[in-house]
Design a protein around this ligand. Structure first.
Ligand code: HEM
Length: 390
């Protein structure tokens, strides 16, 4: 800044230092921890053990590995006559990189293999075909979901390989997708940091405030008295949707049309007719949709009425880009991930309101699944899902 200038520019928000995310807590940390790191990966696994005891051991091993990974535990050195105990991708001391790992279970885990049918979360089901879906079975469902997030892709890949190595005879990969571009600070209400999706719009502007514990209890965490099995209290329903975007078609669409489809300005992220990204879209003042069309994505997703308040969800997805298809079109999209206390009241209701939205012409859900994220772990003798399997 020039000496003598009387109006200093506002200071840029401080960039948080990379850290180790604490593993223990009443809920799995990766759902709400901030900042949301730039890299993400969803992996779904098939479980190959035969009985409840085998499942118990697998969950114990996963937990032990995740504990070490999230704390940056250095790998043991070993006699060179044996393979090393880790891939070495991160050198001899994994640096702090905001790594978090979240484990969920799919409806298929509650079939007759482990005798857990009577412990299934009430609303957990195999994700059905929904509006506009072309679900590829090779990219859908699974017994276990693992979501990894970190500041760098090598940290994510390191953690994934360690987890797979540890559980190689119990878990096999069914599908996975990795992605990026959430931006440091995503999820915090500061215009400078809201990341953009691959349609070029800011994504995450209107989301639940993860620092508001009461709000999280209300909309994200299963509570006692919800009619869910006791072990599930503190967990959350996870809806994963791999949604391809027809980006070449989108890029040929008029800007005014793009903004009408979303309901927000592309550059600023403000609701149409407004200038502040975080302004309330004020639908009461616009009952006929003259400013924000009635079928705009944000208006259908959250009409902001007293009644639809119960349908709020926590979104924490990421962009993906995985080459191109046989017709030479880019294979890009959104790995949409949402957390909610009730799948019916949350994702499924929001999705049913979006059914037939004009944005559907530009997107196509191709995979994903419904999972139930296990409650967090409190105490060094406990493990993820212990109350489910004991
Ligand atoms: C590729 C698919 C999608 C794209 C490109 C997309 C894009 C966007 C954009 C640009 C916003 C506005 C910024 C923001 O508040 O975050 C938004 C908001 C939102 N979207 Fe999506 N979205 C997609 C899929 C979905 C799905 C599948 C759901 C749920 C079923 C959903 C639910 C929401 C909700 C609840 C909001 C916040 C609305 C508000 O509170 O004002 N979106 N989305």
């Amino acid at each position: 800044m020039l000496a003598g200038c009387s109006s200093p520019e506002p200071a840029a928000p401080p960039v948080p230092q990379p850290a180790f995310v604490p593993f223990e807590g009443p809920h799995q940390a990766g759902i709400t921890t901030l900042p949301i790191p730039e890299q993400g990966l969803v992996a779904s696994f098939n479980m190959h053990v035969q009985d409840r005891a085998g499942l118990r051991t697998t969950l114990q091993e996963l937990t032990e590995e995740i504990r070490g990974l999230m704390a940056g535990k250095p790998p043991e050195t070993r006699d060179p006559a044996y393979p090393p105990v880790d891939s070495g991708i991160l050198g001899d001391k994994p640096p702090p990189d905001n790594l978090s790992i979240v484990v969920g279970v799919g409806a298929s885990l509650f079939d007759d293999r482990f005798g857990l049918a009577d412990r299934k979360p009430r609303e957990l089901e195999t994700m059905p075909f929904l509006a506009n879906d072309r679900l590829d079975p090779k990219l859908s469902h699974g017994d276990i979901s693992i979501i990894l997030e970190a500041g760098h892709n090598d940290t994510v890949q390191f953690a994934l390989r360690q987890l797979m190595r540890r559980t190689r005879s119990e878990l096999t990969l069914r599908w996975m997708i990795d992605g990026y571009a959430r931006g440091i600070g995503a999820g915090q209400t500061s215009e400078a940091v809201t990341p953009r999706n691959l349609l070029g719009f800011k994504d995450g502007t209107a989301n639940l405030d993860v620092d508001d514990g009461a709000l999280m209890d209300q909309h994200v965490w299963v509570q006692p008295g919800d009619g869910e099995p006791e072990w599930a209290v503190g967990g959350s329903y996870q809806a994963v949707r791999i949604i391809r975007m027809f980006v070449e078609f989108w890029d040929r669409t008029r800007l005014a049309e793009q903004e009408a489809l979303i309901g927000r300005k592309k550059v600023s992220g403000a609701p149409l007719g407004m200038t502040d990204e975080f302004a309330d879209p004020d639908y009461v003042e616009d009952p006929d949709g003259k400013r924000i069309p009635l079928d705009a994505h944000i208006r259908l997703a959250n009409p902001r009425t007293t009644q639809t308040e119960q349908n709020l969800i926590l979104r924490r997805g990421f962009n993906y880009s995985r080459g191109f298809d046989g017709a030479g079109r880019l294979d890009q999209g959104l790995a949409f991930i949402a957390y909610q206390r009730s799948l019916q009241k949350g994702f499924l209701t929001v999705q049913s309101r979006l059914k037939g939205e004009p944005l559907e012409e530009y997107i196509m859900p191709v995979g994903g699944g419904f999972f139930f994220v296990l409650p967090g772990v409190t105490g060094s003798d406990r493990f993820l899902g212990d109350q489910l399997v004991d």
